[in-house]
Design a protein around this ligand. Structure first.
Ligand code: PLP
Length: 401
């Protein structure tokens, strides 16, 4: 059993906001003290660049930065050369789409889904427009899932790219990506996985899944904003042209020629996100100190408890009662989600309202927008109770007119 009062001591925001009912971790998690301390240490005691200086402080900063790469690599079962630090999931996914664009021809097919966050969908939509390749959508099951059978129905000899989400940020459904990747590889297609919502909640083993590229963000897993990770298979990365050119990524430069270092440095032009990477490594150590098994048991129990309570409230539509991640997407019938969210805020309950940067999901559900409550390890049963009673109060208030 998770001792949440102890866990909350690790999250300084609760000392400043003791009444906070934070249910928006799918947007961004709260930040853990060890991450803040680690970033503080870098800025207070080092503050210098990496890979460049021939002095003690630079060696120490470089050691911490490269150690962070090793920590990230082990966390997702990759090799350290396969880890590129980026600004976040969005920049990682855009990088891959841009890098693969030159290989696509008119008639080639890019498989995606209506469950995608815009950062997984739009880069490929733009690539399709520029190259004449075709975007192909996996038909979702009735409840809105990507299934292996539905994937098979769109996989063809023209499929070159499969760019899909691991866990939907709106529906919380887990994609059967291992089986999909095996099928995609039979057609020599490249598989790019948006793991922004899975990596903060479950063990992700890139070698076991077999995917070619994967992206996630630090800020959704107790780490800093401004840092994310692109994983790519080493031999694939070394075939990619760098996206940005600049310092520390070139090997040999003459007046009209240049050669590049091997991955990962060839993809980290300029001063990298040093404090972000170091902070992310601290976030990973924190997650590992608790373990995904306990995190999952705890958040799944809160998720289930809240679902059961919410189902009993009249006038609520829940869109994803079978979600795999601890995410509840719902509406209060007849009331705009933004009105509900604003009212919940008066009770210090933070939830998300809108289309969640995934407009095709709203369209699939036949609504303009939804409310979303999402849980993580610092939530407790009181949060669930306060949330449901606030929903009831907000519903009664708005329907009283
Ligand atoms: N993909 C999914 C599934 C997400 O939930 C998010 C963030 O909400 C992103 C991608 C984009 O992440 P970031 O804004 O950190 O780049």
């Amino acid at each position: 059993m998770m001792d949440v009062s102890k866990i909350r001591l690790d999250f300084p925001v609760y000392q400043k906001q003791p009444k906070l009912t934070y249910l928006d971790s799918a947007a961004s998690s709260l930040k853990v003290k060890s991450v803040i301390d680690q970033i503080d240490h870098y800025y207070m005691s080092l503050g210098v660049n990496v890979h460049r200086g021939a002095y003690d402080l630079a060696y120490e900063a470089t050691r911490l930065f490269e150690e962070a790469r090793v920590t990230v690599a082990k966390f997702i079962h990759a090799n350290e050369e396969e880890i590129i630090f980026t600004r976040g999931t969005t920049s990682a996914l855009n990088f891959v789409a841009n890098a693969l664009r030159d290989r696509l021809r008119p008639g080639d097919e890019i498989i995606t889904s209506e469950l995608e966050h815009h950062s997984s969908l739009l880069p490929w939509m733009m690539v399709a427009k520029k190259t004449g390749a075709k975007l192909v959508y996996i038909p979702l099951s009735k409840e809105g899932r990507i299934t292996v059978d539905n994937f098979k129905s769109v996989l063809t000899d023209q499929t070159r790219v499969v760019a899909i989400t691991h866990v939907s940020n709106v529906m919380g459904y887990l994609t059967p990506i291992k089986a999909i990747t095996e099928l995609a590889h039979q057609k020599q297609a490249t598989v790019i996985l948006d793991a922004a919502q899975s990596v903060p909640h479950m063990e992700v083993d890139v070698k076991d899944l077999g995917i070619d590229y994967l992206a996630f963000s630090g800020h959704k897993m107790f780490g800093p904003s401004g840092v994310g990770v692109l994983y790519g298979k080493k031999d694939l990365l070394n075939q990619l042209e760098p996206f940005e050119y600049g310092g520390e990524m070139a090997d040999e430069v003459s007046k009209d020629q240049a050669t590049w270092k091997d991955t990962p440095l060839r993809f980290e032009a300029g001063t990298p996100v040093i404090s972000g990477a170091i902070g992310l490594a601290a976030a990973i150590r924190y997650i590992e100190s608790i373990g995904f098994k306990d995190i999952h048991e705890h958040t799944a129990a809160l998720h289930q408890y809240t679902l059961e309570k919410l189902k009993k409230v009249e006038g609520i539509t829940i869109y994803n009662p079978t979600a795999d991640n601890p995410v509840i997407t719902f509406n209060v019938d007849g009331v705009h989600p933004h009105d509900i969210a604003t009212m919940l805020d008066t009770y210090k309950v933070s939830v998300r309202a809108g289309h969640h940067c995934a407009q095709l999901v709203s369209k699939f559900l036949g609504v303009n927008s939804t409310l979303r409550a999402s849980f993580h390890l610092y939530n407790d049963i009181t949060d669930c109770d306060v949330f449901v009673s606030s929903i009831v109060a907000a519903r009664d208030f708005f329907l009283s007119f």
